[in-house]
Design a protein around this ligand. Structure first.
Ligand SMILES: Nc1ncnc2c1ncn2[C@@H]1O[C@H](COP(=O)(O)OP(=O)(O)OP(=O)(O)O)[C@@H](O)[C@H]1O
Length: 782
């Protein structure tokens, strides 16, 4: 713990003693003092030296706040006293709402008997670190309760004041001091969403007479662990790291993704770059919020005023990143002409404020070599081509779904007491940030000392959540690799070509040229397995729907479900990098049967089929949905489903005797085997009938594993009996198994096990059925 005490003021030096308690000095928790002290030094106009009695070193540390609740330090008229509980760097830098930082009290008493000091009559303050709140939040607190000296002041503009009011901590920034007029102190009240943020560039401001803090970069890196490890941070930092002479067009960036996800990513990037984030959502309301539009109607004029206010705010907070959230919702996307006009006007205002001459407005601009403000436009959807997109130089950044690191961070944010494991992360993977947060909130709510199995609880909540949102839990990148698929090499190359090439060269394969892939053939031949392997190998989320699941019993329900599933696929695709996903329809024949042949009343199925086709024909320009279908009966499908542009690539997955050994080898390769899987598999399949499907063969692997496990149990039982017979009657079975090493506990599958298991296998597809399937193949072969 670092304690600040004795801020002794001397003529030249401002000595601060840092007392390190029990040597427990966390470098991270030393984050604020540097800033506070620099502010203090500015306040007093004297030099600050930080020295640590323990190390005798000059400490370039940034937090010197005492963790002490007692009020034992009296305010000495000669001294300046800073006391506070420790705010950790992570709290401060991650923008934790003040309301969530418990036990924090920071009192800064500025005292002055100095006659030369100006007498302030009116001090205008605002919450530090966030844009000016609206005037309606201002208030004039009674002087006796307000902890700032109203009459004589050492306060200067831009000074940070942390003051206790009752149980709350209020942090203010002095934005104006009026020494001439008689008036009351104006202050802005802190609100629960107030963030306490550190602005790295301010040390220059706070302490202009000191040489620039060389450790700036180090200070940033020291904080990295406390910032969310958002997967897109590095891309955004790269995009936002611009030289001062960059053009206005270069200073605008478009980021696409879920609102919270984008906001967090931009927040982290801005923090790392030492910029403030000025997020604005709803331009018209923003203009109203700042008193520039009285009765907002949401008109273009209101929005443009809002944009100007936002840019002014960003300039005021420079160096800053102005994040214009949900831009797609601001624009009138219904009307092309109107949108062009809106975009041109927005663009012209942006360019006006961003042109390098606006640097004169940059209050911290002196000596800075980066542009004062940068603008990030965020949208959930891809922006239509228009004046804005045409003028943005940098390619759009798409916010990815959380990776393992980010999930771990989100976990820690929600569930503090239980460490996150790889398995827990894996269960949560493949979901958007919002979904992960929602699930974790539920987990936190349901956590109690009685919960013994956290994994089971998490799984249950995930399942519940997925069912609710109808986004199948399979909307993740599956874990089926090509090694898990035996044989079928012709299928593999054909499908990969249809998906990999468009993914690699999206410009050469516009969405309109892509079409669905229909896998057909006898049951159990690996249609679903192959589709999952494609998704895994192409790193695409896999959304699987069984045709009958979409058929509802209410009028219009089925059509709604069909539309919904495509919408979910689009959302899922947009969240991915690359923006694509695989939408797999199993039992497709039940969803798109021949029209006009159904007995259902009111042509329900015809409407469902029409809706399905409508969705298939829709072009999602900002993402790719690779639709795959599977059926055993392509002859039952509506013929127009197979027309070019829909499912025009038909791939037969049949029973190929020459693939059997490879299939079995793929299935047993993860077992603990005595021999090479290929050698064993070859030996086993030689004795098997030709018409076994992949699913039939998989029963050999499971049967053999069962036999090996039974043998292991028998071995344990024998040894147990022997021990008992040898007089070790106290020994329990659990103790015996604990004494075995891990290797011994894994059943070893032998050739005999495989042969024995294979003797029980019966083909699920008869020779006659197989012939029928082969006839179908000939009929649909293209
Ligand atoms: N080529 C293969 N390689 C390895 N395993 C296979 C293969 N084909 C099938 N299997 C095994 O069979 C199981 C069932 O396969 P899958 O569900 O993909 O068949 P399907 O053709 O989709 O069946 P259905 O038409 O009944 O939906 C798989 O989980 C896998 O264990």
């Amino acid at each position: 713990m670092i304690r600040a005490s004795n801020f002794c003021r001397s003529s030249e030096e401002f000595n601060v003693q840092l007392v390190l308690h029990e040597g427990n000095c966390e470098p991270q928790s030393s984050l604020v003092s540097w800033r506070v002290l620099r502010r203090l030094s500015r306040l007093t106009g004297t030099r600050v030296t930080l020295s640590c009695p323990a190390t005798k070193k000059c400490i370039h540390t940034r937090l010197v706040l005492a963790e002490d609740d007692t009020d034992d330090t009296s305010v000495d008229e000669e001294n300046l006293v800073v006391r506070a509980n420790v705010l950790t760097a992570s709290n401060l830098l991650s923008g934790t709402p003040i309301s969530q930082i418990h036990n924090v009290r920071c009192i800064l008493n500025t005292l002055s008997n100095d006659e030369d000091l100006p007498t302030a009559k009116c001090i205008t303050l605002r919450i530090w670190g966030i844009p000016l709140p609206p005037p309606r939040l201002t208030y004039s607190p009674p002087k006796e309760n307000f902890p700032l000296p109203a009459r004589k002041t050492l306060l200067q503009k831009d000074i940070l004041i942390a003051a206790r009011q009752g149980d709350n901590i209020c942090i203010y920034e002095v934005i104006d001091i009026d020494c001439n007029e008689n008036g009351s102190i104006m202050a802005y009240e802190t609100s629960s969403d107030t963030s306490f943020r550190i602005e790295m560039a301010e040390h220059k401001l706070a302490c202009p007479h000191l040489p620039p803090l060389k450790a700036t970069c180090h200070l940033f890196t020291a904080t990295t662990s406390s910032l969310p490890p958002h997967p897109d941070t590095s891309v955004l930092i790269e995009a936002l790291s611009l030289p001062i002479h960059s053009s206005p067009q270069e200073r605008v960036l478009h980021v696409r993704g879920e609102l919270q996800n984008v906001t967090e990513a931009v927040h982290v990037a801005a923090d790392r770059l030492g910029r403030r984030l000025v997020p604005v959502r709803g331009l018209a309301f923003y203009a109203h919020f700042h008193g520039r539009v009285k009765n907002p109607t949401g008109s273009l004029v209101d929005k443009l005023i809002g944009l100007e206010v936002a840019l002014e705010q960003a300039l005021y907070h420079a160096p800053a990143v102005l994040l214009l959230q949900d831009l797609d919702k601001e624009l009138s996307i219904q009307d092309r002409e109107l949108q062009e006009d809106e975009e041109s006007r927005i663009l012209s205002i942006l360019m006006d404020y961003l042109k390098p001459s606006s640097n004169s407005n940059f209050r911290n601009g002196k000596g800075s070599n980066t542009p004062p403000i940068l603008v990030v436009l965020s949208s959930e959807k891809k922006l239509k081509s228009g004046p804005l997109t045409r003028n943005i130089v940098h390619p759009s950044v798409v916010c990815s779904i959380p990776d393992a690191n980010y999930i771990k961070y989100l976990w820690k944010q929600h569930i503090k007491d239980i460490p996150v494991t790889e398995l827990l992360c894996e269960i949560l993977s493949g979901r958007t940030r919002e979904q992960v947060c929602r699930i974790l909130q539920n987990v936190q709510r349901q956590l109690s000392p009685d919960v013994a199995d956290l994994i089971a609880l998490l799984r249950e909540i995930c399942e519940e959540h997925d069912n609710k949102t109808k986004l199948s839990s399979m909307a993740k990148i599956p874990k089926v690799h090509w090694e898990d698929v035996g044989g079928l090499s012709h299928v593999r190359s054909e499908i990969m070509e249809a998906i990999e090439l468009p993914l690699q060269h999206p410009n050469l394969f516009p969405p309109s040229t892509r079409s669905g892939i229909l896998l057909y053939g006898p049951p159990g031949t690996g249609k679903t397995l192959v589709a999952k392997a494609v998704a895994t190998e192409c790193k695409l989320p896999f959304l699987s729907v069984k045709g009958p699941e979409l058929l509802g019993s209410y009028i219009g329900e089925s059509e709604g479900n069909v539309r919904e599933v495509f919408a979910q696929a689009r959302t899922c695709a947009r969240q991915n990098k690359p923006p694509a996903c695989i939408l797999f329809f199993d039992e497709l024949d039940s969803l798109a049967p021949r029209r006009g042949e159904q007995a259902s009343g009111g042509n329900v199925m015809d409407r469902v089929v029409a809706t399905f086709f409508g969705e298939l024909d829709k072009d999602a320009k900002d993402c790719s949905i690779f639709v795959m279908g599977a059926t055993n009966r392509p002859d039952l499908l509506d013929p127009s489903l197979l027309r070019p542009g829909r499912f025009d690539r038909l791939v037969y997955l049949g029973i190929f005797p020459e693939d059997r050994a490879q299939i079995l080898a793929a299935q047993i390769r993860k077992l603990n085997l005595k021999d090479e899987p290929h050698v064993l598999a070859k030996f086993v399949v030689d004795k098997l009938p030709n018409n076994l499907t992949g699913a039939d063969l998989s029963t050999i692997a499971t049967g053999a594993q069962l036999l090996a496990t039974e043998r292991l149990c028998a071995e344990a039982e024998n040894e147990f009996q022997m021990q008992q017979a040898n007089g070790n009657s106290e020994l329990t079975m659990d103790q015996l198994l604990e004494s075995w090493n891990e290797e011994r506990l894994v059943p070893t599958v032998t050739l005999d096990d495989l042969i024995q298991a294979s003797e029980k296998v019966v083909p699920s597809v008869s020779e006659a059925d197989l012939k029928r399937y082969e006839l179908l193949r000939d009929q649909f072969r293209r």
